[in-house]
Write a protein that binds this ligand. Structure first.
Ligand SMILES: Cc1cc2nc3c(=O)[nH]c(=O)nc-3n(C[C@H](O)[C@H](O)[C@H](O)COP(=O)(O)OP(=O)(O)OC[C@H]3O[C@@H](n4cnc5c(N)ncnc54)[C@H](O)[C@@H]3O)c2cc1C
Length: 334
């Protein structure tokens, strides 16, 4: 028999984490389910080492530190946190409760659902070269989680987007050599100041070029690139290769739940409720006129969804949680 939860939050990015906390403030029995092995959403996966400056009250914080703080805060009221489960299927039981099934077959029963799924689950576009997988996680990487891991190394970065150029500029300060290989003839997807930073940090840039071979036994020793216009090839000695060829995002089975979806977002009303009663959406997943895609906005939307749920489950309850300065949980602590 599955435990029944008042609220099940799907997605453990910044919005889902904060909402798990706020749901505890409202004494709701809460479960949070995340597809990945790590919490933190795109912050954890795309920019853990970058600094964030636009969350109110926090002058500057590294992405992974913000997620650490959010995770600690989310655990205040001991919600159930489930990782490594992609929620895929929805069934409305005869008694009106929702039954959620993950791709591994686990079933979760809940009164209300908050979708904090961002753009959905994401998978990196892997390097399409025979045998590339044998270097994965030893000398072939799809993200930079720790700059210092590459200290003193010769690094090749394949890709020409924001993240690739950011990594190139950062790594050039600790690496022996950094080379960016990009098939375009200019960095049209990057910001002007990023291109200037590349020049300033003397990063080697190979435009109109693509990777055609990787050499080495257990660890990478060199990569071969081909100039796409002339077909000339060149071998570049390399200790590590970082590939940034984009991502595939998708809501997966959630697209079949009958929700109204516009501009890749789930349409919600002022209560953050979707077109299906009892299912709410917040953070980057939610769509409404004049929406801003900021971490701080997801926090506010999470509180709004939880307050609406509290009202639906207990119409006599106050319209919002007792403020934290007066909340019994924290008053006892102080
Ligand atoms: C490079 C970059 C820099 C940024 N810089 C800033 C900044 O400086 N300031 C700022 O405010 N914002 C910034 N943003 C935007 C910010 O990261 C997003 O607005 C924020 O992460 C959205 O949070 P979220 O929780 O809604 O979604 P996400 O962070 O996308 O998290 C969604 C989570 O849901 C999970 N999930 C999806 N589908 C399922 C499923 N079916 N089952 C279970 N789990 C699922 C995913 O695995 C993911 O962990 C930046 C974004 C990027 C890409």
């Amino acid at each position: 028999m599955n435990d029944l939860y008042d609220v099940t939050i799907i997605g453990g990015g910044p919005a889902g984490l904060y909402t798990a906390f706020y749901s505890g403030m409202r004494s709701l029995k809460t479960k949070l389910i995340e597809a990945k092995p790590d919490l933190g959403g795109v912050v954890t996966h795309f920019y853990p080492e970058k600094c964030i400056y636009d969350v109110g009250g926090i002058v500057k914080i590294r992405g992974e530190e913000l997620i650490e703080q959010l995770t600690q805060q989310a655990k205040t009221f001991q919600p159930k946190i489930v990782k490594n489960q992609v929620i895929d299927r929805l069934k409305v039981q005869e008694d009106g409760l929702f039954q959620l099934t993950s791709t591994n077959g686990d079933v979760h029963v809940t009164r209300k659902i908050i979708l904090a799924v961002g753009c959905g689950t994401f998978e990196v576009n892997k390097l399409q070269l025979d045998g590339a997988e044998r270097f994965e996680n030893t000398s072939l990487f799809y993200a930079v989680h720790q700059i210092r891991q590459f200290s003193g190394k010769r690094v090749v970065i394949s890709g020409g987007g924001d993240a690739a150029l950011d990594w190139a500029a950062e790594l050039s300060q600790v690496c022996r050599q950094v080379t960016v290989v990009y098939r375009g003839d200019s960095f049209t997807h990057a910001l002007e100041h990023q291109v200037r930073r590349l020049r300033k940090h003397s990063v080697n840039v190979k435009l109109n070029s693509e990777l055609i071979d990787l050499s080495g036994s257990d660890k990478l020793q060199s990569v071969t690139i081909r100039e796409t216009k002339t077909s000339q090839t060149k071998v570049i000695p390399a200790d590590a290769l970082i590939v940034n060829h984009g991502f595939r995002f998708g809501l997966g089975g959630i697209e079949n739940w009958g929700l109204s979806i516009e501009n890749n977002g789930i349409v919600v009303d002022q209560r953050m409720e979707s077109s299906v009663k009892g299912i709410f959406a917040i953070g980057n997943a939610a769509s409404y006129p004049n929406k801003f895609y900021l971490i701080a906005v997801g926090f506010v939307e999470g509180a709004a969804a939880v307050n609406a749920i509290k009202h639906d489950l207990d119409p006599e309850a106050p319209s919002q949680a007792t403020v934290s300065t007066h909340h019994e949980k924290f008053v006892q602590k102080d």
